[in-house]
Design a protein around this ligand. Sequence first.
Ligand code: 9WN
Length: 466
Amino acid sequence: MCSVTRTGTVHVKIQTRYYVCMQIQKMLISQAEAVLKANRVGNATKPAPGLYPHQWFWDSCFIAIGLRWTNIEQAKAELRSLAKGQWHNGMIPHIIFSDELGYHFGPDKWQSSKWSGLQDVQTSCITQPPMLAEAVYRVGIQLSTIERKEWYQEMLPVIIAYHTWLYRERTLGDSPFISLIHPWECGLDNTPYWLKIMRQNIPLKLKILQFLHLEKLLNKTRKDTKQVPASERPEPIDLYIFYNIIRQAKQNGYNARRISNTKAPVIEDLVFNAIFIRANDLLMTIAAEIDYSIDADLVAHCKNTKAKIDQLYEQGTFWSRDVTTGKLIKEQTIANFITLYSGALSTEQAQAMMNDLHGDGIWRPAYGVTTTPTNSRWFLPKNYWRGPVWVNMNWLIIDGLRRYGYHKEAEVMRNQTIAMVANGGVCAEYYSPIDGTPAGSPQFSWTAALTIDLIKTTKLKIATNE
Ligand code: 9WN
């Protein structure tokens, strides 16, 4: 049963839980297209109206992956707009600011032009998961051979400069992995493994508030909860620690080596590194297609990161590493499963992942994978990255499952994800893993874009360059 309201929103009730009929799929695509159109500002798409009024790095990559089916020129423009925000040293920032006001941590807090080399674009001064190679590659698949080659010629230098920056500025000591200086860089902001490390060093002012049980007072001064209920956003203490880490990073010129000598958290993040390994492979695939010669050092680095992933493997799974102590951070989250997407796992490790996916509280009947297992002490069903199901996470896992030949499981998760979005009715930012209730911001762009992609991508030929 489907109905369209006078405002044009599609409300869908599905009788069979995981199967979404063709008629509803078509309506979902129209609904998703409308969300993307409404969120479009100039050449880029904001993640959501109100809460996120600028361009975000990995959001735009997911958005382009969806837009390639409905408007390929906009998909290209979305990624070109990211390239315009690329710093002269190669970094792609996690936010490129538009003129809209109201974001809770705006351009004045970062003062990017002191470091970026860009005078006409204001950005944040940290990065986000390197999804660009995947987005460029997938847009390329939709083009004719000649257009694809031109597209790759245009975008490959951007990807190379970015990956080279990551290796130059973000590998510390002899480690083959990329270090992050802020949880916003991994995109899963309040995921338990970051909270655990961050909360070991709470600033004195916040400690006093906690001691007096007054931390909820902080909610009065925050802007993000004007759009979304506080219970669905990071806890006040965590948000203010996020802000504080940026202030400290700025004092250290956003330089990871300097920051790693302070008490600020620095983590070799599993989600980021898994995505990076895949992105390195795609960089090589793109280069091979246009006979582009990649610098030997970069090739060696890429191979080394992939080959050494077992350094993050202990007790039958993968973890992020705390750079300060050198120890793995053993908090189970969805990050463990994003390693499937990397393509770096042995067949045995991938099988073990599959078994774990079916473990208690992880793969939820009807919705996909919880960001934090339901039996974790950190679990909160509607709070941001502490439990909710996110469409981009399901998408990455589906892609990884396909790469390891788990087509049946990938198909189940694909159908579940489409059904969850259809049932939720609003292209929500995230969904409760308990009952699929939409949470966070409605009209969320990557939910819209990736729903289009999931509907369209039934038999994607996966590229490998092994
Ligand atoms: C901080 C835009 C972004 C996503 C992140 C998500 C959230 C920002 C915020 O929104 O983070 O970057 O203000 O909470 O965690 O993954 O890219 O959608």
